[in-house]
Design a protein around this ligand. Sequence first.
Ligand code: ZN
Length: 137
Amino acid sequence: MTRAAKRRAWYPWRMTDPNCIFCKIVAGEIQAEKVYEDDTYLAFLDIRPLSPGHTLIIPKAHERWVWDVADLGGYFGVARKIAKALQKISGTDEVHMKVVGEEIPHAHVWVYPASDKAHGKKSDLPANAAALRAALA
Ligand SMILES: [Zn+2]
């Protein structure tokens, strides 16, 4: 085990990058429409949504790629929760997931309903976040 991996295993919450916008959202330094949070993951609405309820799910620790997240099953389990909630509120079962990750150097996945089938206004982030939080409750 490398020194960095050991540090990450013992102090995952300290693994942040001060210049990373997603780490700043985790720390509460930048506002976001949060829809889900647990000890390890955070989900919030994308500020440039492709469709109503377009959500980003990130590990709270600063991991570069999705493939660096230790518990990938737990991570995708959170993505499924969000996807199921989006199915409830968007009026379509067609919910997409996208893993790319070159825009922001902090692991993230997109989960969003099909833009031509989803109900609602994609730019209304507060209303979409409220609906998603209610569906997740
Ligand atoms: Zn980060």
